[in-house]
Design a binder for this molecule. Structure first.
Ligand SMILES: Cc1cc2nc3c(=O)[nH]c(=O)nc-3n(C[C@H](O)[C@H](O)[C@H](O)COP(=O)(O)OP(=O)(O)OC[C@H]3O[C@@H](n4cnc5c(N)ncnc54)[C@H](O)[C@@H]3O)c2cc1C
Length: 325
């Protein structure tokens, strides 16, 4: 019997995870990744709920436990760096903003690649440039010039997915902008900061800054702000840095000069049509919105604090908290 063939575009989290399960179910899997190797970098990915069940079923929890970041919680600091409030990892039964298992995206991608490289064919440094769907498969043209036919093509190539654009149309049809930008980047270590806490500083004008220590050399930083009608080209890093410098001028605390990664949010996490499908992407536009989404349903008693934060610091407009327990 002929083995069904699947082409997955993207070798980060969704791509290798899918490769694992499709191989287990008898498919011949090829993964094409635009970068020359598994990309390092990124912030922490939470391994909680069903994600933890899936990782356990894949047998990769020992590697995740080995490589996870050890974060005790999340704290707000004032301009002088004094803590004003805290959310320890144990809050909300370990399901709050800081999960029990958090691992840097690049480290998780390496673990998933290691778990699948023997069973799936990985091709780095190439990408899909054209898709033509017929009755007996999808003809795929690669940037390298190669042309091949697959039974199924899956886009696991992130928010700005190339497969989604080729198969379903311009990304503006699938992206809902939340009215905020978030820049994530690596910065020099800040040795005097607590290495076990993610520190966040709210700044009037819908801005906030966060730093999580990484190792003795580096820390991970985040800057968020309300867009207020401002737009910037997602591929123009120089323009992004200039905008950040303008928006955060005089912001204080540890707001550093930086490079950026902008946050948008797909309106869905999977899209299918015929033999092409797209999955993955980011669950939320920013940590600020994630914090609030996590805490909101449980926090009517904190309504005045949320209202103040929403008026002054939140980069995203949220409806008022429900007046329940
Ligand atoms: C701003 C932001 C904040 C986040 N915060 C959190 C958080 O707090 N907690 C959490 O758990 N998660 C968070 N995430 C989410 C997490 O990083 C993503 O959910 C996860 O990385 C998505 O994995 P993915 O495999 O779908 O896509 P991605 O990680 O985006 O990977 C896509 C891969 O496809 C490759 N690629 C792109 N285009 C092509 C192409 N044309 N051809 C071939 N390959 C291509 C890329 O090089 C990359 O390797 C955040 C994400 C963002 C953007």
């Amino acid at each position: 019997m002929r083995t069904n063939t699947v082409l997955i575009s993207g070798a980060s989290i969704a791509g290798p995870a899918l490769a694992y399960w499709l191989h287990r179910h008898g498919y011949a899997v090829t993964v094409v990744e635009r970068a020359p190797a598994i990309r390092p970098g990124g912030h922490a990915v939470d391994i909680r709920g069903v994600a933890r069940d899936v990782c356990a079923a894949m047998g990769i929890m020992p590697q995740i436990t080995r490589d996870r970041v050890h974060e005790e919680g999340f704290a707000w600091v004032d301009p002088a760096g004094r803590r004003t409030s805290e959310m320890p990892a144990s809050l909300f039964g370990g399901e709050g903003i800081v999960a029990e298992y958090e691992i840097l995206r690049g480290d998780l991608a390496h673990i998933l690649h290691e778990a699948t490289r023997a069973d799936a064919e990985y091709r780095f440094g190439d990408r899909i440039t054209a898709l033509s769907e017929g009755d007996d498969g999808v003809e795929v043209t690669f940037r390298s010039g190669r042309t091949e036919r697959y039974d199924l093509v899956i886009g696991a190539d992130g928010i700005h997915s190339g497969v989604r654009a080729l198969a379903f149309g311009p990304e503006e049809r699938f992206i809902r902008r939340l009215g905020a930008y978030t820049a994530y980047f690596t910065m020099p270590a800040q040795p005097d900061l607590d290495p076990h806490w993610f520190l966040m500083h709210g700044i009037p004008g819908g801005r906030c800054a966060g730093i999580r220590p990484e190792n003795e050399h580096t820390a991970k930083a985040m800057l968020s702000f309300r867009a207020d009608g401002r737009t910037v080209d997602p591929r123009d890093v120089a323009a992004q840095k200039a905008l950040l410098a303008e928006v955060f001028a005089g912001a204080g605390w540890r707001v550093p000069p930086c490079s950026t990664r902008w946050g948008t949010r797909p309106t869905s996490t999977s899209t299918s049509s015929g033999r092409c499908t797209w999955t993955g992407g980011a669950p939320a536009g920013s940590r600020c919105s994630a914090t609030r989404a996590t805490a909101r349903p449980r926090s009517a008693a904190w309504a005045p604090a949320w209202a103040w934060w929403g008026r002054t610091c939140s980069p995203v407009s949220w409806p008022a908290p429900a007046a329940t327990t």
